[in-house]
Ligand binder design. Structure first.
Ligand code: ADP
Ligand code: MG
Length: 246
């Protein structure tokens, strides 16, 4: 256990795990040290965000370092950007624009418990994606039908969805998640609760690439959900913002 920090301006942050990447205080440092693609960095600047929030400071470098993460931070602290920024930065460019790709298929998958939340995440992702031909898909009945075509599916960068429709497409054989490299569970307390758990387990299993990075974000993570999350993650780092570590 290391780097427990308290500062009067920020939240209390506790991180646990092996080799925890250093938190970043500014978005500029991220640009300098991690070489975020310039259009993404510019889109971030355009959004008017001056400083990363506490969870962003800690989570972004961890995700950029390809580590699995369980992040717990209160509502309204900017969890969405905490994963969208590093995932988009790691993808670098739309797959349709990359030459000599040998592996096709959906590269990142964000799962959220409600349509409304998936919609909000989609909007935030589109903002970061401006200026390049990223294919960011809010999964619905209509988009699911389009993605049944492998040629369309192969050009998709990010899918954002609730669990049930994904499971339906998987079972119908019209979705392939074998190339997913980044799997994000947002509002994981709900996704890992009884209502969704078996669907999530099926989706996690379908993301079968050996190097898939898994991250879970939540405002709270009750003991039961936390155990499920930790069993699912590989060599995870756990970051808690604003609460005493337990
Ligand atoms: P959470 O998922 O933790 O509840 P959100 O990701 O929905 O939080 O973000 C809450 C609000 O904060 C959103 O309106 C978002 O645009 C804004 N926000 C995110 N990051 C920053 C930042 N670094 N600076 C200022 N506002 C931010
Ligand atoms: Mg959120």
């Amino acid at each position: 256990q290391k780097d427990s920090e308290v500062s009067p301006e920020k939240h209390r942050v506790t991180s646990k795990g092996r080799d925890i990447p250093e938190a970043v205080d500014t978005f500029e440092v991220l640009q300098e040290e991690y070489h975020i693609p310039s259009h993404i960095y510019q889109n971030l600047s355009k959004s008017g965000y001056k400083h990363p929030t506490s969870i962003q400071s800690h989570a972004v470098p961890i995700i950029l370092k390809s580590r699995d993460l369980a992040a717990i931070s209160p509502t309204g602290t900017g969890k969405t950007l905490s994963y969208l920024l590093p995932v988009m930065a790691t993808l670098q460019a739309p797959i349709s624009s990359i030459k000599d790709v040998t592996e096709f298929g959906v590269r990142a998958l964000v799962i959220a418990p409600t349509r409304e939340l998936a919609h909000q995440i989609h909007n935030e992702c589109l903002k970061l994606a401006q200026g390049r031909k990223w294919r960011i898909v809010l999964f619905s009945k209509a988009t699911a039908a389009t993605l049944a075509d492998k040629n369309v599916r192969d050009k998709v960068d990010v899918i954002i969805s609730t669990p049930l429709r994904l499971v339906a497409s998987l079972q119908a054989g019209s979705l392939d998640l074998r190339n997913v490299r980044h799997l994000i569970l947002d509002e994981a307390d709900r996704l890992l609760d009884a209502e969704f758990l078996s669907q999530i387990q099926e989706l996690v299993a379908a993301c079968s690439h050996p190097n898939v990075q898994k991250v879970v974000f939540s405002a709270t993570l009750p003991a039961g959900a936390e155990k499920v999350a930790m069993d699912m993650l590989r060599d995870p780092i756990r970051v808690v913002v604003g609460l005493k570590d337990t």
